[in-house]
Design a protein around this ligand. Structure first.
Ligand code: NAD
Ligand code: TYD
Length: 340
């Protein structure tokens, strides 16, 4: 693992992963390959932009000639694929782009991995492929019960990776992470949306009764787990990555308000997301056997995340004041308030 192609490396988790790998190892070269969609942001990579072991290539994983060019130019031996359309609510509005990038794009990367006979292809997946889990915890061997276009597209990508392992012996690994929080998360996702709205004394739009449960993990812990799988994981295997602790959305919103010293009255219930998965919960014993566990509790992760958004208004104000964001916000939230 010397020359790593990090697709989607200008997004939230990918950029945290790039920073981690360049800081942790002095013998890896990282090439970020990113289309720079609305969610891709070169500001996320400012901390590494002067590093001689970091390179950036703007490209689309759905374009085989661009993928091929970068594979050859940088002598890539490892691909870590973060590139995806990632927001459930957008997948309900426009599913086509999800199928394109998350399924077809994965296939293009797998073809390139096969052609160049690379050492490892690693797919970043999600706990959402297991669907809502009302009781117990999802194991890697569980059946997939996808319910949103996003999770269905991600599951399609996972299954294609496993097909390339079985059919062509491609050295594939997959991680399925729970919800990440931390620096550089685009403020459409619940936690950064709630934090930045609260800073501005704007309502926090809470779907339904707010009793849905998520396992919120700190992004750096997730990235460390991916590194463990790259180094110690078995090819053909899937590894769940999460804290194993679930929190309701209303508790998450209240904690954010408390940390910012804002009133609970900012919480605004709105009509629920269609098909909203009630709970995700992971069994992480397989990765724990390799020595990994989350270093941050939910409370520590949320406190560090709130601090980062308070200290980095330059980063998110640029995004939230842009036309793209404002049009999305209007389309997604206008007129959904539940009056009591
Ligand atoms: P993100 O939306 O912040 O970033 C996605 C990145 O992919 C962006 O930089 C974007 O420009 C790039 N991209 C999108 N389409 C592309 C294409 N066709 N070609 C090249 N680049 C493209 O996403 P994120 O939250 O950092 O998620 C990264 C990965 O982790 C995704 O695969 C996601 O499914 C998975 N995941 C996310 C979470 C989470 O809580 N955010 C949890 C588990 C798994
Ligand atoms: P999100 O960050 O979109 O992640 P995911 O749906 O992929 O888990 O949402 C996290 C939780 O917060 C989820 O249960 C939906 C809920 N939510 C709200 O209540 N309001 C919002 O405005 C958003 C975006 C999410």
């Amino acid at each position: 693992m010397k020359n790593i192609l990090v697709t989607g490396g200008a997004g939230f988790i990918g950029s945290n992963f790039v920073q981690l790998m360049l800081n942790k190892y002095d013998d890896v070269n990282i090439v970020v390959f990113d289309k720079l969609t609305y969610a891709g942001n070169l500001d996320n990579l400012i901390p590494v932009e002067e590093n001689p072991r970091y390179h950036f290539y703007q490209g689309d994983i759905c374009h085989p000639h661009e993928v091929d060019e970068v594979m050859g130019r940088y002598n890539i031996d490892t691909i870590v694929n973060f590139a995806a359309e990632t927001h459930v609510d957008r997948s309900l509005m426009e599913p086509g782009g999800f199928i394109q990038t998350d399924v077809y794009g994965t296939y293009i990367l797998l073809e390139a991995a096969k052609k160049y006979q690379i050492e490892r292809y690693h797919q970043i997946s999600t706990d959402e492929v297991y669907g809502a889990v009302l009781e117990g915890r999802s194991k890697e061997t569980d059946k997939l019960h996808t319910r949103s276009p996003y999770s269905a597209a991600k599951a399609g990508g996972d299954l294609m990776c496993l097909a390339y392992y079985t059919s062509f012996n491609l050295p594939v690994t997959i991680t399925r992470g729970s919800n990440n929080i931390g620096p550089y998360q685009y403020p459409e996702k619940a936690v950064p949306l709630f934090i930045t709205n609260a800073i501005d004394n704007k309502p926090l739009p809470l779907y339904g009764d707010g009793l849905q449960m998520r396992d919120y993990q700190y992004v750096q812990d997730h990235c460390e787990g991916i590194d463990v799988v790259l180094r110690q994981g078995q090819v053909g295997e899937i590894y769940n990555l999460g804290t194993g602790v679930e929190t309701t959305n209303i508790e998450m919103a209240r904690l954010i308000l408390k940390l910012l010293d804002k009133p609970d009255s900012l919480i605004q219930p709105i009509t629920d997301r269609p098909g909203h998965d009630r709970r995700y919960a992971l069994d992480c014993s397989k990765i724990q056997a390799l020595g990994w566990r989350s270093a941050h509790s939910f409370e520590q992760a949320i406190a560090a995340t709130v601090r980062w958004y308070v200290d980095n208004e330059w980063w998110w104000r640029k995004i939230k004041s842009g036309n793209h964001y404002q049009e999305y916000y209007q389309r997604q939230y206008a007129g959904r308030e539940i009056k009591n």
